[in-house]
Design a protein around this ligand. Structure first.
Ligand SMILES: O=C(O)CCC(=O)C(=O)O
Ligand SMILES: [Fe+2]
Length: 305
């Protein structure tokens, strides 16, 4: 274990300061990311979910003394406070929404500012006896390659819902590992632990090597809430379209509906549905429109022959 410390910023830091530290170190701890009353309400909701969640069966990665629950936007009303936290959303916009130029459309040079979407929502509760998770990069989910200039695909938050300590499984992070290529293997000696008080949060990018810690306590369950912002052109890792009931999504602001994926990418129309012969954004479905020709689907109507 390295004796370097994870960089820490107060919640009064600016977005630019947060981005600067993340891009230098691969991650940063924001102290008091959530205020105490909000943390308490969020914790009550997450504890109720976790009480109904069994430990997992994946010994390799997810852990067998670990509880993981998703679909959090339908299970607690406080997810919006995490997703739209100015430092998290602000840093995600700055890190991920970098103008790119590529190719041509006829004689027009294509220049895009990529959109972002919410890719994962998960509460992770590491229990006594859980062993360390292998060090990994989360952008592995997109088969992201780490070449100079490749840019970042993900900004992730890990909010400490309980205190995170070295003994209870605080997340391991290898500082500056986001600068590595794909050949260099991470080793536990290079990692440091993101120890932080409940309410603080670790922000880190998809190319930073990290992993859940071992829980060596007798009876303390370490609880962390994680959420990612990802480039909109990669697939959302958690299948939010199927997981979140559409009635719930309809109650959200259009900003949140878009971030959750109920919108296309306007410039490329990626994610379109057809309505009346036009490629349209699926947000139209939340405004009462229907996809053409499937209500009712002829496949569900008994055929005459
Ligand atoms: O629980 C943690 O501290 C990290 C978990 C993690 O990195 C993962 O499951 O991908
Ligand atoms: Fe991870």
């Amino acid at each position: 274990m390295s004796d370097i410390k994870m960089p820490v910023l107060p919640n009064t830091a600016t977005v630019d300061e947060v981005v600067e530290v993340i891009m230098a170190a691969g991650g940063v701890i924001i102290e008091n990311f959530l205020d105490a009353p909000l943390l308490q309400k969020l914790k009550a909701d997450l504890d109720a979910i976790l009480a109904r969640t069994p430990t997992g069966s994946d010994a390799e990665f997810a852990g067998v003394q670990t509880r993981r629950a998703g679909t959090l936007f339908a299970r607690t009303r406080y997810m919006a406070d995490v997703a739209l936290h100015p430092l998290f959303k602000g840093a995600a916009d700055k890190i991920l929404r970098k103008k790119i130029s590529y190719g041509w459309m006829g004689n027009q040079r294509i220049e895009q500012v990529p959109d972002i979407r919410i890719g994962v929502t998960q509460v992770i509760q590491i229990g006594p006896g859980q062993v360390e998770q292998p060090l990994h990069r989360d952008d592995f989910a997109f088969f992201w390659e780490h070449q100079p200039g490749a840019g970042e695909a993900r900004l992730q938050v890990m909010v400490a819902i309980t205190d995170f300590t070295a003994e209870n499984g605080a997340t391991h992070v290898i500082p500056e590992s986001h600068k590595w290529d794909d050949e260099r293997m991470p080793t536990p000696e290079e990692a440091i632990q993101a120890e932080m008080a409940a309410g603080s949060a670790l922000l880190f990018i998809g190319s930073t090597y990290h992993g859940g810690g071992a829980n060596r306590t007798a009876d303390f369950w370490r609880t962390g809430l994680t959420m990612t912002y990802d480039l909109a052109q990669v697939r959302q890792e958690e299948n939010l379209y199927l997981a979140l009931p559409v009635e719930v999504v309809k109650t959200f602001s259009e900003e949140l509906q878009t971030l959750l994926g109920w919108s296309w990418i306007p410039s490329s129309k990626m994610g379109w549905i057809e309505i009346e012969g036009e490629m349209c954004s699926p947000i139209e479905l939340l405004h009462g429109k229907q996809v053409s020709g499937v209500h009712p689907s002829p496949l569900l109507v008994p055929s005459e022959s």
